[in-house]
Design a protein around this ligand. Sequence first.
Ligand code: NOJ
Length: 767
Amino acid sequence: MHLSNLLFLLQNRFLKTIFLSLMPIALFGQTDFEVPIDNRVDDLISKMTLEEKLGQMNQYNGFWNVTGPTPKEGNAKEKYDHLAKGWVGSMLNVRGAKEVRAVQEVAVNESRLGIPLIIGFDLIHGYKTISPIPLAETASWDLEAMRMSASLGAKEAAAAGINWTFAPMVDVTRDARWGRVMEGAGEDPYLGSRVAEARVHGFQGLDLSDPNTVAACAKHFAAYGFAESGRDYNTVDIGENTLHNIVLPPFKAAADAGVKTFMNSFNDLNGIPATADRNLQRNILKGDWNFDGFIVSDWGSLKEMIDHGYARDKKHAGELGLNAGSDMDMESYIYLNEIKSLLKEGKVSMEQVDDAVRRILKVKFELGLFDDPYRYCDEEREKRVTGSKEIQEGALDMAKKSIVLLKNENKLLPLKKEGQKIALIGPLANDKNSPLGNWRIAAENNSAVSVLEGLASYTGNTICHAQGVKLVNAIPAFHEEVKINTTDKSGFKAAKKAAKKADVVIMVLGEYGFQSGEGRSRTRLDLPGFQQELLEEIYKINKNIVLVLMNGRPLVLNWADQNIPAILESWHLGTQSGNAIAQVLYGDYNPSGKLPMSFPRSVGQMPLYYNYKSTGRPGADGGDAGSVFWSHYGDEKNSPLYPFGFGLSYTEFEYSEIKMSSNSMTIGSQIEASVVLKNTGKVKGKEVVQMYIHDQFASVTRPVRELKGFELVELGPGESKKVSFTIDPELLEFYSANRKWESEPGAFTVYIGTNSATKRKANFSLN
Ligand code: NOJ
């Protein structure tokens, strides 16, 4: 149903609803602020029919804007009737103060109990004003900036009617073939945990009833990032060791940070679809972790258990899902239709239904929806807040901080501000759509500042722009496959001509905004289409090239690394992309980003991650020279091209040796490892000082090193600072052979340095 039709339908019912709207509030005292939320929830549950309860567990997509395969069941008319009957607890993809008010009015005014909807949306990296993709934001290692970015996104979305975001995605990701690496915090569970906390705090703020905040959702529970072969939605088979030590920590961190909801995942994990994983949802999350929010299924994931070959039919899927602790059904139409008979047959229990409904209602109360269901539906506020100066400035700040300088030979960067002829080449150089990245459903197409536009505010140089390789012609829809042109090289000529006359060539290459993200797995990690060929052709003419990359995942950049003097990783930076890139290119912002994922030398290295296990035949490059019998490849190194945590600056930093306050500690004590960091260069800059620890032997094998602390330090030229990390037994805990988190006495190595490959180390023991 088109929006205008829906609004028309709603108008006709207007008078009736005014009368009805007063009734539930009068009956159930829903505006009583004094009564504790738990009591208000219980009171309401005691008045609900079974259908109304199942309604709360039912989530429908809106009447337009689908972010998943369109279901065959359920048309708009039916959805509308269900809303009016109180059979819908939540909607997703309804957005805009007016539109949300429209559906909220049906739920509140027409249904018997007037229970407001919770309105979900994929606010992943900004709402209308788009911030950098989460992988890029993570590259800032700036937790406060990420908190702020989430908070500004929440403010803009909340003004447009949204009160629940399906973010943060906290899946640890080790395989760049998987398109959704763009949506998470990369390969490390420690960094991922800190980022998860920052984002949850940003979205939810200090008080969820503040109308500028939204409920957050930790997803996808669990192990979705370990999809076999990096192919989206694929099966996952990992052991307990990886599950507990690598996959679960960011989820636990999100739960501890007070995240209100979880979303389960599409994948099966060791043979059980996550949606039906009782151990994950009931034992670990709701049991061990005491999570008291609710779990929403992923889009249709209840129904997809039939395709997994796990559920016989829809009814069976409902039984499996509810028994496993999935509380809300996103777009499967199963809970609403099947639970009634499952109850009759004793396959699920009323306690389980009540528990799910209680959890959902509690979040609604906490959001303040019962006190004012329209608190997110003020069109005036929406106008004021959308794209406001504050939000744009926040997006620019975050974008600058997300950029990673990968190479800068002969200090080609920053660029001189005057008298230069610049050739700006590449399909993405003036593209205003790609920088918006993948999750930008509410943003206007082509609303990002392109690199060409960003550079225009520096007027001292002349710029000659040539596309070289064409982009896809039309703007693709969210669900479409996209490619960067592979059939047309007609633009090469003009690009070469521009390069010939230039002092410096800036080439903007990478992935189209929709080439990474959900459903966008790739088997190749090189520059798509003719871009590599274009790069090499231009290099033959002018070697003074700055390569600006736009991409949502690590790419294979061997040739560029060997030949191109300067490389800047700018990801998909959002609305302010071009301005941020221009400021970095011209040195008005000194880049300080560090990679949150290892960049491979070859696709064949996937999955690739710095915190690998040693093996019995250790695989550090060099290995057992003279023999083949060690863990390695015959045709490529084991190490990445650029390691996790890597990133350069326009200044240089010098590290002292590590100083230990003591080389041993006992349970109950702590020690300190410190370095002195000095800015030995000529400009102010920021450095992410990283601490890694290696547990030399344990009851289960441990990674060669693991990130255990980091600090973002800003220093002026010549300045130095002591950076200290506290190490205590808690920091050394891991999921041990005893199947619990504990630290074990033994020998450890601590590394402190500029990236995960640092060799600066010291030893200590836990006695
Ligand atoms: C499917 C995705 O896996 C999930 O992350 C997203 O939140 C839902 N679709 C809703 O759009």
